[in-house]
Design a protein around this ligand. Structure first.
Ligand SMILES: Nc1ncnc2c1ncn2[C@@H]1O[C@H](COP(=O)(O)OP(=O)(O)OP(=O)(O)O)[C@@H](O)[C@H]1O
Ligand SMILES: [Mg+2]
Length: 341
């Protein structure tokens, strides 16, 4: 259903609130079909305003937003929102409705019969990783993380092609937050929705975004790039500062460890059945760090170096057998541009 509405295009969009505040200033960008575009930036930079202009909870002052070429202002808001799921911080569930009925909200509005709507809701609860036994509870009987999952399930209930998510995971603790992020990536790999995700957390943006739009206060787009490009090549000082001091290290996550040159393992690496056991030292065995060059990134290789007392990362294959070791200079040499630099 609604298979047509997918690509979102901002064309010179400005939002000026009645008091004169310019929340979004001449924003132009495309949100491609089936991908996750993250809007990230400091508080007040116009992220929520940008998001809400897509489903017309807020109307643009100037410019145009198109859904697959069609100006959203020409689409009746109720029709528009049927094709757009919306998830907000703290889930925004109806407190006096059971979980199953919260999830079935849009199907009920669409006039589905109750049995079909509830069956769909149960299927979605499973899909977002919730125990279906929670279906008969009320929102206050769920943890914050569970409520956020219900919020995602509710947004997906009518199978909308577009999903808008406004800081959906920011009210939960870091561990739950990471599992919600992983769950969203897993869901997205099956569903291929067109997702606009808002956060002020650059790590979340880099983890979730196929593309990241960094905004600055005043509602201006500072940079729109895929995460690896953003980390490698920030457009200006504002973006560089926003990415933080550990930009260099995080960048390593996007570079495969395959090209790290390996050396033969030294004699003090203790190996049994081809597998590493530890580093022999005067006081006994010391722990080692390992990485798999076929599947890991340079970040994992660096972690492995830091775990070993002598700074050598042990490279292992898919069966855990030693392939060799890598030192810091091998990692440096594997960085793109190192050869010609
Ligand atoms: N109804 C309003 N009237 C006047 N100004 C508003 C209104 N709503 C938002 N603003 C202002 O517009 C700017 C952008 O607000 P917006 O909510 O889009 O920011 P945000 O990036 O989502 O911030 P946060 O990260 O804090 O959620 C802010 O300066 C805000 O104060
Ligand atoms: Mg906001």
């Amino acid at each position: 259903m609604n298979k047509g509405l997918r690509v979102i295009t901002f064309e010179g969009v400005t939002k000026r609130y009645p008091d004169g505040t310019v929340a979004v200033d001449n924003l132009s960008l495309d949100v491609p079909d089936g991908s996750v575009t993250v809007f990230v930036g400091p508080s007040g930079c116009g992220k929520t305003t940008s998001l809400r202009m897509i489903n017309r909870m807020i109307d643009a002052t100037e410019g145009r937003i198109r859904l697959d070429g069609r100006d959203v202002k020409e689409i009746e808001p109720a029709t528009l929102r049927r094709g757009i799921g919306y998830v907000i911080q703290q889930a925004g569930l109806f407190p006096h409705r059971r979980i199953v009925d919260n999830v079935a909200t849009v199907p009920y509005l669409l006039g589905w019969d109750k049995k079909k709507a509830r069956a769909r809701a149960m299927e979605l609860l499973e899909r977002v990783g919730l125990d279906v036994k929670l279906a008969e509870r009320y929102p206050f009987q769920l943890s914050g993380g569970q409520q956020q999952r219900v919020g995602v399930a509710r947004a997906l209930a009518a199978d909308p092609p577009v999903l808008l998510m406004d800081e959906p995971f920011s009210a939960v603790d870091p561990i739950v937050r990471m599992s919600l992020q992983d769950e969203l990536l897993r869901l997205q790999s099956e569903l291929h929705k067109t997702i606009v995700f808002v956060t002020h957390d650059i790590d979340e943006a880099i983890k979730l975004g196929d593309r990241v739009a960094v905004m600055r206060v005043g509602g201006r787009l500072a940079q729109l790039s895929d995460p690896a490009t953003l980390l490698r090549d920030p457009a200006d000082d504002f973006v560089r500062e926003f990415l933080g001091r550990d930009r260099g290290i995080r960048r390593l996550s996007f570079i495969p460890a395959r090209s790290v040159r390996l050396s033969p393992p030294p004699a003090d690496l203790v190996v049994e059945d081809g597998r590493p056991v530890g580093w022999q030292s005067g006081d006994g065995l010391q722990p080692y760090g390992s990485f798999d060059p076929e599947t890991d990134s340079l970040r994992a290789a660096l972690d492995a170096m830091l775990l070993s007392p002598n700074g050598l990362a042990v490279a292992v294959d898919g069966h855990g057998k030693v392939l060799g070791v890598a030192a810091r200079d091998a990692l440096d040499a594997a960085l793109p541009g190192a050869a010609d630099g």
